[in-house]
Design a protein around this ligand. Structure first.
Ligand SMILES: *Cc1c(COP(=O)(O)O)cnc(C)c1O
Length: 397
């Protein structure tokens, strides 16, 4: 509480600045309302239109829209054929869903360490984890920065692995000029409200592989098919459909799809504003030895979802907790992305031990995400920078 008093000196804003926030405008609202008045409010024309639009944005041949990003990952892992006895290599600094999808299929997540400078999965760490049981990789474009596709593709080719990209942070990002979504075997997106575009909830998988696409469509709806060539007992009877495998109901409604379509049209302006804010933060913080700025690889043209403020522990006489609380007292609401997945007690109970990924664990102790979203005004950005500078000055070693 003492820290709060120290840093509570500036006038308290009623609108605490959160680390992320959706931008819903009048035309977004109208798109939803119009869809609600239509005949089909799920599995209708907006879902199809959204899939077409996602192909356009990502350059992928096929897109399958689903209920949320976690469902996208689950279906991708299922379509990849992961199962009992398989190992799948997963980024260690990510939302738990990136690894949970492997568990859903009965396979075992193997956690790869990150690079200490880009915070993305380290291809060398991936290599060290390969065993005869390895079947795939779930690589996360952390904060929106593209993973090292060239190196990862090489590993996948050598060992016959399926590459799933968790691009929940990365819609709009390009790798060597190619949009994320058209590179990995399957790319999963999330449209949760903190992400760059939102449908309230929502997710999608993109792929260039027709067989994977057909499988994804099927498992999105219970494993039921209407294609005669997929049936064990084919008939062209109009009423007939057949469940040929175990699937789920991971469909998205048409009014969510309408919202997302409207939001996707705004991706260029959302992305541009995020880039502007990142540049301002980078400019302010790169000159401060107390802070470390995330390294950007030249191959990635990044639409940043998160801005990671990283403390340099040698230059500060506080820990992350104290710094975080001080930022909170300065009317921002940071968050920490992420706890190394295997530090969650559930994973601990599965037998994963601390110490597995030293770079990931060190990163976790030193970071917090500060506000980054389209609606942040220049004044808000300056406020955040001022707050960071004030806290740094107080704790400077
Ligand atoms: C948000 C997120 C997800 C899950 O997406 P939901 O739409 O919330 O299910 C998965 N992976 C990462 C890295 C995310 O940030």
């Amino acid at each position: 509480m003492e820290q709060l008093a120290i840093f509570g000196g500036t006038p308290v804003r009623e609108d605490r600045i959160f680390y992320g926030r959706q931008c819903i405008e009048q035309d977004d609202i109208e798109a939803v309302v119009e869809t609600l008045k239509g005949d089909l409010i799920t599995c209708g024309p907006k879902v199809e239109a959204l899939e077409t639009q996602l192909c356009q944005v990502t350059g992928a041949k096929y897109a399958v829209v689903v209920a949320n990003g976690t469902a996208a990952l689950h279906l991708a892992a299922l379509a990849a054929g992961f199962g009992e006895g398989d190992e799948v290599i997963v980024s260690s600094i990510t939302f738990a869903a990136s690894a949970n999808c492997v568990l859903y299929c009965g396979a075992k997540p193997m956690f790869a360490d990150i690079r200490p400078d880009t915070y993305n999965i380290d291809p060398e760490s991936v290599r060290r984890l390969i065993t005869p049981r390895t079947r795939g990789i779930v690589a996360v474009d952390f904060t929106g920065q593209a993973v090292e596709h060239d190196a990862l593709r090489e590993i996948c080719r050598e060992h016959g692995l399926v590459m799933i990209e968790d691009a929940a942070h990365a819609i709009g990002t390009k790798y060597k000029g190619q949009p994320i979504g058209s590179i990995a075997d399957m790319t999963c997106f999330s449209f949760h409200p903190v992400k760059t575009v939102t449908g309230g909830e929502g997710g999608a998988i993109t792929t260039n592989d027709e067989a994977l696409y057909r499988r994804l469509l099927r498992v999105r709806t219970h494993g039921i098919t209407r294609s005669m060539d997929e049936m064990a007992h084919p008939t062209d009877a109009k009423w007939y459909n057949e469940q040929v495998e175990l699937g789920y109901n991971y469909r998205m409604t048409d009014f969510q799809a309408a919202l997302l379509l409207s939001q996707l049209h705004k991706l260029p302006k959302f992305a541009a504003r995020r880039k502007e804010i990142v540049e301002r933060y980078d400019r302010a913080f790169s000159q401060m030895p107390e802070l470390v700025v995330q390294k950007e690889i030249p191959e990635s043209d990044t639409t940043r979802h998160l801005y990671i403020l990283r403390l340099n522990p040698d230059r500060l006489k506080c820990d992350r907790r104290q710094f975080f609380d001080a930022m909170y007292a300065e009317n921002t609401c940071p968050q920490v992305h992420y706890l190394p997945v295997y530090w969650h007690s559930y994973y601990e109970k599965l037998g994963y031990e601390r110490g597995l990924c030293p770079n990931a664990e060190k990163l976790y102790e030193e970071i917090m995400s500060i506000p980054l979203y389209y609606g942040l005004s220049d004044e808000d950005v300056e406020d955040v920078i001022r707050a960071v500078k004030k806290v740094v000055a107080y704790y400077r070693a």
